[in-house]
Design a protein around this ligand. Sequence first.
Ligand code: BV8
Length: 224
Amino acid sequence: MMKIAILTGAGVSAESGLGTFRDKDGLWTKYDLNEVATPEGFARNPALVHDFYNARRTNCVQATPNAAHTALAALAMADHDLTLITQNVDDLHSRAGSPAVIHMHGELMRALCASCNARWDAPLAMHPSDCCQTCGAAATRPDIVWFGEITYHMDAILDAVTAADLFVAIGTSAEVYPAAGLVEQATGDTLEINLAPSARANAFASHRFGPATEVVPAWVAELL
Ligand code: BV8
C-alpha cells in the first residue's frame, strides 16, 4: 500500500475539449489574465469577469471526463492511499468518480459571497447584480482563486505531499505558484506526466511524456 499524492493541471482536461492556459491557443493567449483572473480586474469590470467564467462553465457542463480522469478515479478505489489535488476549476475528476478532489484554485461550479464568505452551487450564468443567498449582499463572485489570492487547502496539500511515498504531477506547465513548488516539498519519489517537459521537469526523478489519455491509464494499470 503506497501513499500517493497527485497534482493535476489543465493538460488532464485538454482532451475533454477544455482549453489549457499557456499552450499556443491557450486561454491566456485570448484573454488578459489581469482583467479576468485577478481581484483588481473583478473590481474594475465584474460583468467582463462573469462573462468569462459563464462561458467556461457552459463548456465545462458540455464536456465529459476522459480516460485520464477515469483511470485516476479507478486508482482512488485501489489499495493505495491516494490524495488527488488539482489546479483545475472544472469538475471532471469528480464526474469521473474520484471521491475526494482538493481544488486548490477553486471550482467553476461554485459561487462565493465576497461579503459573508457563504458558498453555494453556481447557476450556469452569474451576474454582478446577483445577491448572496445568506446575507443578501450583491457581492457574489465565482469561487475561484485569482492571481494574488491565497490558494485553498494548503495545509492538507502540504501534509499529503510531504507524507507521500510518490508525488506525481500530471498535465501542468509548472509555471504557477505555489502549485509549481510542491515538488520541492515532496520527500518520496517524484514523477512528471505531461505532453512535454514542464518548467520544473528537472525537479522530478522520472518522466513520462505523451497525451494524458494514453500515458495515465498505462501508468495506473501498472499500479492496480
Ligand atoms: C499567491 C484560477 C500570494 C483561475 C489560477 C513565485 C514565483 C513567481 C510568481 C509567484 C510566486 N508566488 C506567487 C506568484 C504569483 C502567482 C504566479 O504563480 N504567477 C505566475 C503566472 C508567474 N501566483 C499566485 O498569484 C497565487 N497566489 O501566490 O498568493 C499570497 C500569499 C500570501 C497572501 C496573499 C497572497 C495564486 C495562483 C492561482 C491563480 N489561479 N486559476 C482560472 O482558472 O481561471 S492559476 C491557472 O494556472 C489555472 O488554474 C491553472 O491550473 C494554473 C496552471 O496552469 P496549468 O494547469 O499548468 O495549465 P497550462 O496551460 O499552463 O499548462 C498545461 C500543460 O499541460 C502544458 O505543460 C502542456 O504541455 C500540457 N498538456 C497539454 N495538453 C496535454 C498536456 N499534457 C498531457 N496531455 C495532453 N493532452
